[in-house]
Design a protein around this ligand. Structure first.
Ligand code: CO
Length: 142
């Protein structure tokens, strides 16, 4: 495993749209392993593949403790209203922005082998998935 370099704004790759993953192969697994290492090293709540230069709909989310969830091709459906909260980004260092986000929702995604699964998320993890899906659309908090 390797710690990857995290791209920072205004790197133009961060503004590009990521593509759905179709090959659940060794290359994807290596990327996921490296992204997890990179996220742990950075101490962040989540990391999208575009942040390490791969335009793939892939992210890793910190679930608390030593637990991380890999999500491939994630789709998020919010529950209830959106609320404002402070948010930061490893690609926009030193900046905190008030963002409107759902505090609860359901995310559908594929695991590293291509199996679809669904998770109900709240609070930090719910906000984080919405943030990472924004990255996949080329959208930054600032
Ligand atoms: Co970010």
């Amino acid at each position: 495993m390797a710690v990857l370099g995290i791209l920072t704004s205004p790197d133009e790759i961060l503004g590009k749209v990521s593509k759905p993953v179709e090959a659940f192969d060794e290359r994807l697994h290596r990327l996921l392993d490296d992204m997890r290492e990179t996220l742990i090293k950075a101490g962040g709540a989540g990391l999208a593949a575009v942040q390490v230069g791969y335009l793939m709909r892939v992210c890793v989310i910190w679930m608390g403790g030593k637990e991380y969830t890999e999500m491939i091709n994630p789709e998020f459906k919010g529950i209830g209203n959106q609320r404002k909260g402070n948010e930061g980004c490893l690609s926009v260092p030193g900046v905190t922005v008030r963002m409107m986000r759902h505090r609860e929702g359901v995310v559908s995604f594929q695991d590293r082998y291509g199996n679809w699964t669904e998770l109900q998320l709240t609070n930090l993890q719910a906000v984080c998935v919405q943030h990472e899906i924004d990255h996949m659309q080329g959208v930054l908090i600032a």
